[in-house]
Design a protein around this ligand. Structure first.
Ligand SMILES: Nc1ncnc2c1ncn2[C@@H]1O[C@H](COP(=O)(O)OP(=O)(O)O)[C@@H](O)[C@H]1O
Ligand SMILES: [Mg+2]
Length: 275
């Protein structure tokens, strides 16, 4: 570790004990932002975000539309690299390594930090090929066992095991979303980012995804953006509340955030006074 990094760490530790202090920082962070700002051109979408996301837990990100939730997720696995006007300041680490260091390969990073989007987006290929894609882009050949393991991991195997060569697009919306989860877990990531993964699904399909998330955290760290506060309360261990202006105003155990938030604006948001 360079001296400069050590200095940055010391500075950000001071920030955490100052007025931006976050209570109950977890012990074993897999992801950490320190003083993270994200800009689109001159507009700041995230303002001085400091957070530590614990391993093998579900962290929910909630907040009104436009407050930077998707921007934050995209900054974690460098999907923002693909937006030319996007600029990042501050530090975002994955297992202690700044993901914006010059020697980080974004493609390799995204295999360790997979992503699932709001609208299920399977490729127009067979179920099997959707799952093997993640391994084959690494030049690895995927075995039948790999396919079965990923589909079992996504709670989809029993429903598709006799039709692995039919198109992923023939599945229902909820099955397609679980196929996308299977595709994300096939390369054996450590973190799965989910951006409103159930908001395009019917309640039964959404509930299956919620049950699945509960199983996924045994093996993975899950960070999920949701605008459904009941969902955040049901499935997450930690909740981060972002508000307009791209500020992280509260981050704590989910029960504390929902039952006894420290910030009055969070209480107003959760009780539906705005947003
Ligand atoms: N590709 C982009 N180019 C320019 N501005 C963007 C882009 N994506 C998001 N923004 C802006 O950044 C802010 C945060 O957006 P976003 O992260 O999508 O919020 P959320 O997911 O909470 O709804 C908004 O003001 C939005 O208009
Ligand atoms: Mg969004």
């Amino acid at each position: 570790m360079s001296t400069q990094n050590t200095d940055e760490r010391l500075i950000s530790t001071e920030v955490q004990t100052g007025e931006n202090a976050r209570a109950n920082l977890p012990d074993e962070p897999v992801l950490a932002a320190r003083g993270l700002d994200v800009y689109y051109g001159d507009d700041r979408a995230l303002d001085d975000i400091t957070i530590e996301i614990p391993k093998n837990k579900v962290t929910a990100i909630i907040g009104p539309s436009g407050c930077g939730k998707s921007t934050f997720l995209r900054s974690i696995n460098r999907m923002n690299d693909q937006i030319s006007v996007c600029r990042i300041d501050g530090e975002l680490t994955f297992r202690g390594k700044n993901v914006y260091d010059d020697d980080v390969d974004p493609v390799a990073l995204r295999r360790k930090i997979g992503q699932v989007f709001q609208k299920p987006n399977p490729f127009p290929k067979s179920i099997r090929e959707n799952v093997t894609y993640g391994l084959e882009v690494q030049g690895k050949s995927a075995t039948d066992e790999d396919v079965e393991r990923a589909l079992r991991g996504a709670a989809l195997w029993d429903e598709v095991k006799d039709q692995l060569d039919s198109s992923g697009l023939e599945l229902s919306g909820g099955q397609q979303q679980r196929l996308c989860i299977a595709r994300a877990i096939a390369p054996d990531p450590e973190v799965i980012l989910m951006d409103e993964p159930t908001s395009a699904l019917d309640p039964v399909a959404a509930s299956k995804i919620e049950d699945l998330i509960d199983e996924l955290v045994d093996e993975y760290t899950v960070v999920i953006v949701t605008h459904n506060m009941q969902q955040a309360a049901r499935i997450s261990d930690k909740t981060a509340v972002f508000l307009t202006g791209g500020e992280l105003v509260e981050f704590d155990d989910t029960a504390t955030v929902f039952e006894n938030p420290a910030d009055g604006r969070v209480e107003d948001y959760i009780t539906g006074k705005f947003g």
